[in-house]
Design a protein around this ligand. Structure first.
Ligand SMILES: Cc1ncc(COP(=O)(O)O)c(C=O)c1O
Length: 427
């Protein structure tokens, strides 16, 4: 028996792994969207990945546009990051002490983002968002948090109040929710509650109701209203940081936040989050200040190494112009294919992130995203999967293009999408 055949015969079938997963993991997953409930199919079980290709447990190869939910700017296992991790592993896995890797990554971030003088690393975006709001409340001496319907800032109590069981109702009373891109509603809310506002927290490009680009003037209005009311403006750049530009959405749109939250790309594929801002604000965090944040794994040496390698690679080979060009070509091809199939869609794109909404109306906020045809999205996603293209199994997520996607792979996606739109036309 060849080594390959013996490995294959040892392989446990996907159905068996999924059955075991459901027995020992809640719903078979560690994050709900992975259960594929929103597209009504069996989940893809990941086995290995390289470049733009993810191989499932069954040995099926997919061109991947989930890309670690945006964390993998450079694709799967970019050789530079793999090499850096291999070199780091025998050196230091965990100390629980300050180490040089933290200084390197924090310096790279501060160089790239003008609004950041100091950084506090966390293990996840959730933790970073929670910490940023705590900091804003301490700095302003106020409690109320203004955020936007459909925005996602992780699953902390403070930012999920009103959206899940298990959080005291009182916490929701400290939040104000406004529709994304609705400047008039924003002005009304700030007129009424401005004096209570500790912060306005926003995804500068919403990515968790599908991609919603900010309407012209929206981010500028946020800046103006936050300044006027004395609230801190927090940009949650967990997705957009280093995806749209080295300086994130703040550089891309020319609007400066008071505090910035980062995650995903800055960890090079390993767990991470970060809060960054001017020294004056950041120094309210412990040990210098009275706002507590700490963590056994905060500033984890391996995340620091992977993240620093990803950001150094960006410095050396900025991918943004190429990503813009390729993603534009791809989305044009998708739009043409949908039109040819007679399927109305809206493609919302900013840089290398985009969402296809099955709607004949513009999608500018969460309500309009919710009104899109989910049955058609599910049909499209499943038809793509059958042809070897993996997209997020939810109509409310972003697809991410990476420099790892070759032009040929992008053309294959467009061809598969055309067939998938023809299937959608029957739904
Ligand atoms: C904009 C945004 N903020 C925060 C988070 C939470 O980050 P994490 O999943 O690392 O906790 C996410 C996760 O997708 C996100 O998209």
């Amino acid at each position: 028996m060849s080594p390959r055949a013996s490995a294959a015969s040892r392989r446990v079938p996907a159905a068996q792994i999924w059955a075991q997963a459901q027995a020992v993991l809640v719903g078979g997953v560690n994050s709900p969207v992975r259960a594929y409930q929103q597209v009504g199919s069996d989940p893809v079980l990941a086995r290995r990945a390289a470049g733009a290709v993810l191989t499932s447990t069954e040995g099926r190869a997919y061109i991947d546009f989930i890309m670690g939910w945006g964390a993998l700017l450079w694709g799967h296992q970019p050789p530079a990051i793999t090499r850096a991790l291999q070199a780091a592993l025998p050196r230091l896995v965990l100390a629980g002490l300050t180490h040089e890797g933290e200084v390197t990554l924090a310096s790279l971030i501060a160089q790239a983002m003008p609004g950041i003088e100091q950084v506090r690393f966390t293990v996840s975006g959730t933790e970073a968002c929670m910490t940023a709001v705590r900091l804003a409340r301490a700095v302003t001496g106020r409690t109320r948090v203004l955020s936007f319907t459909g925005g996602y800032h992780g699953h902390s109590d403070v930012l999920m109040a009103g959206h899940t069981a298990g959080i005291p109702a009182a916490l929701a009373s400290h939040r104000t929710l406004v529709a994304y891109n609705d400047v008039a509603a924003l002005r009304r809310a700030v007129d009424q509650q401005g004096k209570e506002l500790a912060c306005i927290i926003v995804e500068p490009v919403a990515a968790n109701t599908g991609v919603l680009p900010p309407a012209p003037g929206f981010l500028q209005a946020l800046r103006e209203l936050a300044t006027r009311s004395g609230a801190l403006l927090i940009f949650d750049e967990v997705v957009t940081g280093f995806r749209l530009a080295p300086g994130g959405a703040q550089q891309h749109f020319g609007v400066q936040a008071d505090l910035t939250i980062l995650g995903k790309i800055i960890g090079g594929g390993l767990p991470i989050g970060a809060v960054g801002g001017p020294r004056l604000l950041m120094q309210r965090l412990a040990p210098l200040g009275d706002v507590y944040h700490g963590g056994t794994f905060a500033g984890h040496p391996l995340s620091m190494v992977a993240g620093a390698t990803a950001l150094q690679w960006i410095q050396r080979h900025p991918p943004y112009a190429q990503l813009e060009r390729r993603t534009t070509q791809l989305t044009h091809a998708l739009a043409q294919a949908a039109q040819a199939a007679g399927v109305p869609i809206q493609i919302n794109r900013v840089g290398s992130m985009f969402t296809v909404f099955f709607s004949d109306q513009p999608v500018r906020n969460a309500a309009e995203a919710q009104a899109s045809r989910r049955d058609r999205f599910a049909c499209w996603a499943n038809a793509l999967r059958e042809q070897g293209v993996l997209i997020p199994p939810s109509p409310f997520e972003a697809l991410f293009v990476s420099p790892a996607h070759t032009p040929r792979q992008l053309r294959r996606f467009a061809a598969a999408a055309a067939a998938a739109f023809r299937a959608v036309a029957q739904v």
